[in-house]
Design a protein around this ligand. Structure first.
Ligand code: DAH
Length: 430
């Protein structure tokens, strides 16, 4: 499971990504000890201070503000540190001990006690614990991933939640809100495919009165249907907006749902949501309430609304990108140029018995090349039957968003990639 199998074959235990001597890392002005699971790279550390969702005029900032405007009477939060304990990111939210998200191939660790949040849900307990009952939280989140036009190891999420008193008065408040929202939606150009609020496959929590849970799930759906209208229901559309609800599973909600929206001919997954697990609220010391939460990815939605074709563009400092946007306005992105691709293959043998996860390879690529790689594909992977060594071949597509790359330049970068590969993973180039 862990990519450490490569590292175990090495003499020292310093993480491969950091080079031999690093015993500590400086992150956001603090110094942290590294250990054998450290896998956060300099390229990732350089992103931590960017906070694109707060950069005036940036599409992600406009989208955040649009959603905050929809939930105008909610508390709006956007300055939580990305460094969290694995306990906060996973355990507080009832993730099982063997959940794959915890692995070093999927998440970034500073050391075994500190990681980069993988989702904004990591702050639920903290925010509920402050006594907030209606809130939105926007933040950068980090996941190790492949390289292509829609995946980037840093992206932005928005968490929203609302909790009510688990009393007749609290439930009356939900009912009134449901009536208000139903009235609004009935007059809007929207078609909703629904699933039951509760089902044997998507159950009520034992702590909850099913009638309360039903009302809260209904409130969640009405509230998010209204948000979808705000985001996608442009006034000039003649066709109704189509939204569909799908049963889902998250460790920290039950029942749980995903929402998809039909936009420009495709169903797009927009968010995850559900009725908050009582354990989360108990941990936050707000035991006599119940409510809902959702989490949505801002890049996904912004790429659709602004017609932004590649997720790397959000990080561009090129004026031809940034000058196209104004705070508060959703406009169609005009591509300024599509520069040519340059493909380079790299084939190598791994050390005996060693394994290399594609995410390890992609992190190395991102660290050496920055944003110059558009995608990476595995061309070939096989294990030699006699020596038991693994052979890998990756095809790297170099393409800058901002300029043409010369073949010599790409060759130079490629040779850096190759030497880092040898250094970090002890591979033998074929
Ligand atoms: N945190 C989840 C994710 O990143 C999304 C999510 C699902 C957030 C359900 C929620 C929720 O608040 O209730 O995939």
């Amino acid at each position: 499971m862990l990519s450490c199998s490569v590292r175990l074959s090495r003499a020292e235990s310093t993480p491969a990504v950091l080079g031999r001597q690093s015993t500590h890392l400086d992150i956001l002005g603090e110094r942290y000890a590294t250990d054998e699971i450290t896998n956060i790279t300099p390229a990732i550390i350089s992103k931590l201070s960017e906070r694109l969702h707060t950069q005036h005029g940036h599409p992600l900032s406009t989208l955040r503000a649009l959603i905050e405007g929809h939930y105008a009477d909610y508390t709006h939060l956007s300055s939580f540190s990305p460094l969290v304990t694995p306990f906060k990111n996973f355990d507080e939210l009832s993730f099982p001990k063997d959940h794959p998200g915890r692995s070093v191939t999927d998440s970034y660790y500073v050391n075994k006690d500190l990681m980069l949040r993988t989702h904004t849900s990591a702050h639920e307990v903290e925010v509920f614990g402050k006594g907030e009952t209606k809130w939105l939280l926007t933040a950068d989140v980090y996941r190790r991933d492949e390289i292509d036009g829609s995946h980037y190891p840093v992206f932005h999420q928005m968490e929203g939640a609302r909790i009510f008193d688990a009393t007749p008065t609290g439930m009356k408040e939900v009912e009134e809100d449901n009536e208000r929202l139903s009235y609004h939606l009935a007059r809007s150009n929207i078609v909703i495919e629904d699933v039951p609020h509760l089902a044997p496959t998507n159950p009520n929590q034992p702590e909850h009165n099913p009638l309360h849970s039903e009302l809260v799930a209904k409130n969640l759906k009405l509230s998010l249907n209204a948000l979808m209208l705000t985001l996608f229901g442009t006034s000039n559309r003649t066709e109704p907006l189509r939204v569909r609800w799908i049963e889902a599973y998250f460790p920290f909600t039950s029942p749980s749902f995903e929402v998809e929206v039909f936009f420009r001919g495709k169903w797009l997954e927009i968010l995850g949501s559900g009725v908050v697990r009582q354990a989360t609220l108990d941990t936050a010391k707000v035991p006599n309430k119940l409510g809902w939460a959702f989490g949505l990815g801002l890049e996904r939605i912004a790429m659709i609304l602004y017609s932004i074709p590649d997720i790397r563009l959000f990080w561009s400092k090129d004026e031809r990108f940034l000058s196209q946007f104004q705070q508060g306005a959703i406009t169609t992105f005009k591509p300024y140029s599509k520069y040519p691709s340059c493909f380079k293959d790299v084939s190598f043998w791994l050390p005996q018995e060693a394994n290399l996860h594609e995410n390890d390879f992609c992190d190395l690529i991102r660290d050496v090349t920055g944003d110059l790689v558009e995608d990476v594909k595995t061309v070939d992977r096989f294990v030699h039957p006699k020596t038991n060594r693994t052979s890998l071949c990756y095809r790297i597509n170099y393409r800058s968003m901002d300029r043409s790359l010369s073949n010599e330049e790409v060759n130079e970068i490629q040779s850096l990639v190759v030497s880092r590969l040898k250094d970090a993973f002890g591979v033998e180039i074929r």
